[in-house]
Every structure is written in C-alpha cells, then in structure tokens.
Design a protein around this ligand. Structure first.
Ligand SMILES: C[S@@+](CC[C@H](N)C(=O)[O-])C[C@H]1O[C@@H](n2cnc3c(N)ncnc32)[C@H](O)[C@@H]1O
Length: 232
C-alpha cells in the first residue's frame, strides 16, 4: 500500500510529527508508558518512519534495528542516527526474513499495522524473532474511532479506507485498513502472542494548552489503542 506521506513527502512528515498533537503529545507518551527498561536491550522498530522512536530507544541504551517499507524513511533514519542504528528497507507484509529466531528482547510497532490488510503473518514473525521472555508493544487506530469511516457501516468487516489527512498542513491522500477489535485479537492469538497490558491512550498536559480542541476530543473518545504482548 503506497502512501505518499511516507514516500515522497517523508521529510515533511518527519518535521510535522516532531511536535504535533497526535504523535508527539498523544501517541508517543501513551506507548512509551508501556515500554520496559531499555538499557542494554535489543530492540526492533517495525515501521520506524523517520526514526523518532529509534532515537528515543537508542537514547535509553537500547541496540536498535529499524525497519520500514519506505526508502525515504530509512534514509532519514540513517541521516539522523548514522551507525547508532541498523536501518533497512523491508515490506513488513513479508515479515523480517533477515532476522534470526529468538534474537530480540523487544519489538515495537507504533502506528503501522493498520497499513496491513492482515497483520497475522507479521505477528508470527514477531513471535519468531522475540526471545522467550520478549515483549511486543504496538499502537494502532482504535477500532471504535475507525468505525466512523467504515464504507459499509458493518463494524465486523475488515475494510480498506481511503481518506485525506491534514498531518502535513494540507489534505494528503492516505489508505489504511480498519478492522473489528475481535479480528485484531484473533490475529495476535493465532500468531501465538498474548496481551498482557492495554491502554486507550491519554493526551499529555501540554496539549491542553497547545491544542485544546484535540485535547478535549482525545480525553473523551478513543483515538488509538496501545497493546503490550508476550509470547504464549
Ligand atoms: C504513521 S507512520 C509511523 C512511523 C513511526 N512508527 C512513528 O510512530 O513515528 C507509518 C509507517 O509505517 C510504514 N509502513 C507502512 N506500511 C508498511 C509495510 N507494509 N512495511 C513496512 N513499513 C510500512 C510507513 O512507511 C511509515 O513510515
């Protein structure tokens, strides 16, 4: 699935999410709250984008592998972090065939799996590459938020959504998949992963000043879903 925001407009996207409401003041603090101690840990970042997470993980002492389908995003990560991360281009629809079994303490995947029609094969790969005590922490669109955009009005279908987002300050076409909560859970269980912690996110206090409208919305309705999983 090609989204220009992550390809030709990758540099603009990188600048836009550095300090915006949904990523910097809602998604990142909510997902970080689920992360374990990172010192000395081997971490893989699946769908790394421009490397906001990779930089954070490295700053806390992790050894980081960063993977993304977009060559432009990988190039931004390499420019920003150089030899401090191992970054490479890979379509995660096909997993991470270059990674060894049981080799990571932690896999993270912030806001990526809704670009996959079926995340089960990737979840199986996550199980394969995690050490037995490893953890998988990811975020995705909350199924209740996305239901509003269902073309069919049938919550129980998995559907492609074509939309326009204003992340870059102008309407930019984006495609992703919405799915019911049960389908997401089934994919995890089928892959041999079990959920150990879940959050529906919380905007930080700074957003109350910088973007009171989004703060009000995200304080009263779900936006993203945050899951921490382990190998079953
Ligand atoms: C919303 S961005 C999130 C970036 C980063 N995780 C963050 O939170 O800052 C989604 C990222 O997923 C990547 N992506 C989408 N589909 C992918 C796929 N099939 N394989 C690998 N990466 C993919 C995009 O290129 C993009 O960089």
């Amino acid at each position: 699935m090609f989204n220009p925001m992550y390809g030709e407009f990758a540099a603009e996207y990188a600048a836009a999410i550095r300090d915006n409401s949904y990523n910097a003041h809602y998604e990142r603090p909510s997902l970080r709250a689920l992360l374990p101690d990172l010192q000395g840990k081997k971490v893989i970042d699946l769908g790394c984008g421009p490397g906001e997470y990779a930089a954070y993980l490295v700053s806390l002492g992790a050894t980081v592998t960063a993977v993304d389908a977009s060559a432009e995003m990988i190039s931004l990560v390499q420019q920003k972090l150089g030899n401090n991360v191992h970054a490479y281009q890979q379509d995660l629809t096909f997993g991470v065939p270059d990674e060894a079994d049981r080799s990571f303490d932690l896999a993270v995947s912030p806001l990526m799996i809704h670009y996959l029609e079926d995340p089960t094969p990737l979840f199986r790969e996550v199980k394969r590459i995690l050490k037995p005590e490893g953890q998988f922490v990811f975020s995705t669109h909350h199924p209740f938020m996305d239901y509003e955009f269902s073309p069919s009005g049938n919550y129980f279908l998995t559907e492609k959504i074509v939309d326009e987002w204003n992340t870059l300050g102008r309407p930019t076409r984006v495609e992703y998949f919405r799915r019911p909560l049960s389908a997401l859970m089934k994919s995890l269980f089928d892959a041999g992963l079990c959920m150990v912690e879940m959050s529906e996110g919380k905007p930080d206090e700074q957003m109350q000043q910088s973007d009171p409208e989004s703060y009000q919305r995200l304080s009263t309705a779900p936006g993203f879903l945050f899951l921490k999983c382990r190998v079953m």
